[in-house]
Write a protein that binds this ligand. Structure first.
Ligand SMILES: [Zn+2]
Length: 66
């Protein structure tokens, strides 16, 4: 399970990404409630919300606020 936002405790989280290049797609966890976001991670594939848990793990989102 992904943890709630460390700032506002919301579970309304999503995945945002920038345009990819040869290296992959810069991807991060995003909180729709307060607008904060987590560290970027470079993925080789296009992540969407179904990858949220995975992106949380990769970026250490779950460790924020602990
Ligand atoms: Zn938040």
């Amino acid at each position: 399970m992904s943890k709630p936002c460390p700032f506002c405790n919301s579970l309304d989280l999503g995945v945002s990404r920038l345009d990819g290049d040869r290296e992959g797609y810069p991807t991060q966890v995003l909180c729709y409630n307060c607008g904060c976001n987590g560290p970027w991670v470079y993925l080789k594939y296009v992540a969407d919300r179904s990858c949220l848990e995975h992106v949380c793990e990769l970026t250490g989102w779950n460790k924020r606020g602990e």
